[in-house]
Design a protein around this ligand. Sequence first.
Ligand code: URA
Length: 209
Amino acid sequence: MSTLTVIDHPLVKHKLTILRDVATPFPTFRRVLRETTWLLAYETTRHLRVESGTVETPLEEMTAHSLPNPAPCLISILRAGNGLVDGLMDVMPEAAVGHLGLVRNPKTLLPEEYYCKLPSEIEKRQVILADPMLATGGSTIAAIDRLREKGVRNLVFLSLLAAPEGVEALQSAHPDVPIFTGALDRELNEKGYILPGLGDAGDRIYGTE
Ligand code: URA
């Protein structure tokens, strides 16, 4: 069973309250989401490998550590995933970034891919897959299926909020993928929205309806 880590931190809690508030305008939402992602990134990147090398300080040479080559990779599940990837890129500018677009087929209700652009040598990289809302888990599972097909082995998933239904679905489909989230909410409603949640993450980030 994959691990679920709820990143329990006073600043994450405080910022999540701002993000949940229906009165928060989208420019504030965007900024606070970015700040929250910096805090979530600290835990989510704890497993990353570093390589030893040397660095010359102004005083002497020392052994030091850097991210490996090829660098880790961030994958956004479009479009709301970009809201997390923006913050992850701030703290990991060396990371390569891929994008996966998935849309639910209204007949089958299954996620179908409409866009996929992934970095080279993805099978050698440590991958962080990001989507702010782990709701039913359908698009996350489809995204991981795709990444597995491409040979990705080392993978974690980051969301801002998660519903128990999505966590369960993801854990049973991909028991080896660790899940990181800012909060575990109560449940999904009949339309697949997380309760209490924050509404549609994409709309809240981009000011759309
Ligand atoms: N996607 C969202 O943006 N919000 C939800 O509550 C569920 C899925």
